[in-house]
Design a protein around this ligand. Structure first.
Ligand code: 5GP
Length: 192
């Protein structure tokens, strides 16, 4: 998606450790016009899917998911990160290792908001090694719901997550796929 690639080129900062900072339009300040364009594009890409719910993970996925949801006219459920997990049978849970914070979280979704009748579109801001998305997949599988697709704003194509998910047969649509980025020159190249 050209406008997203342009915005990444303009405002993205390449940090050490293979991290792209996009705080000025996605992860801190949010550009809702841009999110709207992303929502339209996801609707086009998943137009033939019977999606009735969007699942994301707190916190960065929520803003995008809410704007995208308006194009599908469906609710958003977000997986909550928690440290003191109370496994009382009321929730589905999974463990996710955070790429940016280098720690493991338990994430939970209430059984009230996910079940076998649901057809889910997963939305997240970044795809790197795929831990976050795989945690969400595990939760959806526990619930017996159907995964209709995975929509990502920025995929770091130099990491393995996207490749593995596509090999498993999921429809993964990333609006910008980074091929390489250099923390010394700040150069970012995209895959098309
Ligand atoms: P994964 O679980 O696929 O390894 O990483 C994806 C998650 O880590 C996303 O939910 C995102 O919040 C975070 N993340 C991974 N890489 C980056 C990055 O380069 N920049 C930012 N801002 N977040 C990232």
């Amino acid at each position: 998606m050209e406008i997203l690639e342009k915005r990444i080129q303009q405002d993205g900062l390449v940090k050490k450790g293979n991290v792209l900072k996009v705080d000025n339009f996605l992860n801190h300040q949010m550009d809702i016009q841009l999110f709207n364009e992303m929502g339209k594009e996801f609707k086009r890409l998943f137009a033939d899917k019977p999606i009735n719910k969007i699942l994301t993970i707190e916190s960065s996925g929520i803003g995008i998911a809410c704007v995208v949801a308006q194009y599908f006219d469906v609710p958003v459920v977000f997986a909550k990160k928690t440290q003191s997990i109370n496994l009382d049978g009321e929730v589905y849970s999974s463990k996710i290792e955070s790429f940016t914070h280098k720690r493991v979280y338990d994430v939970i979704v209430s059984r009230k908001y996910l079940g076998p009748e649901d057809h889910i579109l997963i939305i997240d801001d970044f795809l790197a090694n795929g831990c976050a998305v795989n945690g969400l997949i595990e939760i959806i599988e526990h619930a017996g719901a159907t995964i209709e697709g995975i929509g990502i704003a920025i995929e770091k194509g130099q990491q393995i997550g996207g490749k593995l998910l596509r090999e498993k047969g999921y429809q993964v649509e990333s609006l910008a796929i980074i091929d390489a980025m250099d923390d010394e020159t700040g150069e970012i190249t995209f895959r098309h």
